[in-house]
Design a protein around this ligand. Structure first.
Ligand SMILES: [Zn+2]
Length: 427
């Protein structure tokens, strides 16, 4: 993977760039479409590509459980398995292992958490409104040990273990262009004591992930096919604490492992960085700034699990290049769609005989061909096509929004674009 910055936002951390992978190019900043189980729910990969999606992220935890990473490896990686022709990413599994489930059925905005740091059983009652993955009601918490996490499958209750090495091994089999080090995602409501302890552990796990990756990746199909290692991103954690966030960025930026390549020894670090954790809205901007002021400029940065329009503007302005979020397709399946004037629910009575498209100016397939009244009918009668058409619009809306951010950074109208968009959207 190569990353090149082509333009910077004046006086800010924001930048325009290009990521080159063996499977294609990503013009950044870019929204990363989530395909949890190697499928973008309700859409074919061709439809996803036609929306302008450049990269798909699948979830390690989910593919490990179903159908199993060995099967995905036999298929030649998850991109081939699902017939996606472009660049791909997998997360480390850390997010789901720690936080899947406990928040299910509760009223969640970003975060709610209550945790006794002295308990071995870390119950993170958080998944955030933009959590990645579906949650069952009866999921049992994960047990965090020094070198591993023990967790129960949400599918059949069977017990499993993830270590940093295991997460990377699974991600080698899934074969994405960009993969992540195993980390612990904490709730910002954890005590500073627990945050520190967890962060130190995440750094030890990052080192183990990097070492294992550098030892093993050249034996894998990806390397044989492309002649390159998969790109490994380290994940910055540290909750809402400035000192922890800055420490984490510095430690991961400096983390290197000595490798012997073609008879010569050299130090290799991470290829990019993820910014993890679940944020409270008010904390997110400062956390992103603290971290991006420290991380090496020349490597891509992925803000994990963030995708609401207002958050995307903040992240782009503050130097993030990639963002993934399940929200556009998840809310679409419930009948909620993005418009330039905020989100609306197509199930509402007012749309039953509204024969306008979702968004007058939108050029997506759905808006070009269907009315709000028709979509309202599909959702009210539980027709599957509703999910497909609403997902089409929502993904296009978000992908195109980030694309417009990129274009306006290139022609120096980003501030104006943001002000106009948010003025309408948040009104
Ligand atoms: Zn549309």
């Amino acid at each position: 993977m190569k990353f090149q910055i082509t333009r910077k936002l004046e006086g800010k951390l924001g930048r325009v760039g290009v990521i080159e992978t063996p499977h294609g190019v990503i013009q950044t900043p870019a929204f990363v479409t989530v395909g949890t189980k190697a499928t973008v729910k309700a859409l074919t990969p061709e439809q996803v590509a036609n929306l302008g999606a450049q990269v798909v992220l699948a979830n390690t935890y989910h593919l490990y459980l179903e159908p199993g990473h060995e099967i995905v490896n036999q298929a030649g990686g998850f991109a081939k398995f699902m017939n996606w022709k472009g660049p791909t990413m997998t997360d480390s599994g850390g997010f789901q292992v720690f936080s899947l489930g406990a928040a299910f059925g509760k009223n969640i905005t970003k975060i709610t958490a209550e945790t006794d740091p002295n308990k071995m059983l870390t119950e993170i009652t958080e998944t955030s409104k933009n959590g990645r993955g579906e949650m069952p009601a009866n999921f049992k918490p994960a047990k965090v040990l020094e070198d591993r996490v023990i967790f129960k499958s949400h599918i059949d209750g069977s017990t499993h273990e993830f270590t940093p090495e295991r997460s990377i091994e699974i991600q080698h089999c899934l074969g994405a262009d960009m993969i992540f080090a195993f980390d612990e995602c904490t709730s910002p409501n954890e005590s500073i004591f627990y945050q520190r302890e967890s962060l130190d552990r995440t750094h030890r796990w990052a080192k183990k992930s990097l070492e294992y990756h550098l030892q093993k990746s050249s034996n894998m199909n990806y390397f044989k096919e492309t002649g390159e290692r998969q790109a490994l991103f380290g994940i910055v954690q540290g909750g809402r604490h400035e000192d922890l966030r800055k420490d984490s960025a510095k430690i991961l930026a400096d983390m290197k492992v000595l490798v012997n390549e073609n008879g010569a020894e050299k130090e290799v670090g991470f290829d990019g960085f993820g910014i993890g954790g679940s944020f409270q809205k008010a904390d997110m901007e400062s956390a992103v700034k603290w971290v991006n002021e420290i991380l090496p400029e020349e490597k891509p940065r992925h803000l994990l699990g963030i995708g609401e329009p207002e958050d995307l503007f903040m992240a782009v302005e503050n130097g993030c290049d990639l963002f993934d979020c399940v929200a556009p397709t998840r809310i679409a399946r419930t009948g909620q769609v993005y418009t330039n004037h905020g989100k609306v629910n197509l199930r509402n009575a007012e749309f039953k005989n509204d024969f306008k498209p979702i968004e007058e100016k939108c050029v997506c397939y759905t808006c070009q061909n269907y009315t709000r009244a028709y979509l309202s009918h599909l959702f009210r009668s539980d027709e599957m096509l509703g999910a497909t058409l609403a997902s089409t619009h929502n993904l296009f809306f978000i992908i195109n929004l980030v694309k417009q951010m990129r274009e306006t950074m290139l022609n120096d109208t980003f501030e104006k674009f943001r002000a106009e968009f948010l003025n309408n959207y948040l009104k």
